[in-house]
Design a protein around this ligand. Structure first.
Ligand SMILES: NC(=O)c1ccc[n+]([C@@H]2O[C@H](COP(=O)([O-])OP(=O)(O)OC[C@H]3O[C@@H](n4cnc5c(N)ncnc54)[C@H](OP(=O)(O)O)[C@@H]3O)[C@@H](O)[C@H]2O)c1
Length: 232
């Protein structure tokens, strides 16, 4: 299987999308490391006994470095952790804006940095140095109003992805991001009960694209922002 003997780290791996990424990786034979923060999230997942769990607040620089040091020579680092907020500009405080930037861009930056260090330390070939997959969102690709702190923070992740892809090209580390539209999750169903759920991309489908980008089967694709919108 493509991931046999390969270690992969998934941030936010207890959440709606992250848990599907973990299941898909396990199905492909990976050794999976999962970060978690809220104990109640652990009750929700069915793969606790098949992964290495790391409790961490991904906003804390030293803690993130410690997790990657413990995880060791990872092949793929998949950064799903993030969050959403909306509101018109007049209601967005400086603190709201900074929180979104820290949550989406800040955590992704720290994980990308530690992942690159771990992949370089693993001393793989310049053809197959490792894989990083980030998660942005449709509004970072197709600007929209009403959620500018969120969209801007995801646009920062898009830029981070493309700049890092150039920076680590000679290390053989391929860096990409997926851009989901509104996904079919329990939280979105509860928030938008009248929406057409069938049109929303399923988390399993988005996970499949991410796992391909994170796999050795992806030999060439780097610096891309992949729309995963489905029919939405
Ligand atoms: N849902 C959508 O429709 C949608 C659309 C486009 C993009 N996205 C993006 O896709 C990703 C996953 O979304 P989702 O719907 O699966 O969200 P989710 O279920 O809320 O999962 C997010 C995960 O991130 C973790 N996390 C957040 N901040 C953290 C921190 N500081 N330290 C450690 N863990 C942290 C959460 O842990 P705790 O629960 O323990 O805090 C949770 O496991 C996010 O980046 C989101 O912005 C989602």
């Amino acid at each position: 299987m493509p991931f046999t003997n390969r270690h992969c780290l998934v941030t936010g791996g207890t959440g709606a999308l992250g848990s599907e990424v973990v299941r898909d990786l396990l199905g492909h034979g990976a050794e999976v490391h999962v970060t978690w923060r809220e104990a109640r999230e652990l009750d929700r997942i069915d793969f606790k006994d098949h992964v290495t769990l790391h409790e961490v607040d991904l906003g804390d620089e030293a803690s993130v470095a410690a997790v990657y040091a413990k995880a060791g020579p990872i092949y793929a680092s998949i950064h799903v952790a993030g969050g959403f907020a909306m509101g018109p500009i007049q209601d967005v405080t400086q603190s709201d804006f900074e929180s979104m930037m820290r949550l989406n861009a800040g955590t992704c930056f720290l994980c990308c940095r530690e992942a690159v260090k771990a992949m370089r330390a693993a001393g793989r070939s310049a053809e197959d140095g490792g894989r990083i997959v980030n998660v942005i969102a449709r509004p970072a690709m197709e600007p929209t109003g009403g959620m500018l702190a969120y969209s801007t923070s995801k646009a920062a992740v898009a830029s981070l992805t493309q700049c890092l892809a150039k920076e680590v090209l000679d290390d053989g580390i391929l860096v990409n991001a997926v851009a989901p539209s509104i996904m079919d999750t329990p939280a979105n169903r509860a928030a938008m009960p009248d929406a057409d759920f069938d049109a929303w991309p399923k988390v399993e489908e988005v996970a499949r694209t991410m796992v391909w980008l994170a796999s050795p089967a992806n030999a060439l694709t780097t610096g891309t922002l992949v729309p995963v919108y489905g029919r939405a």
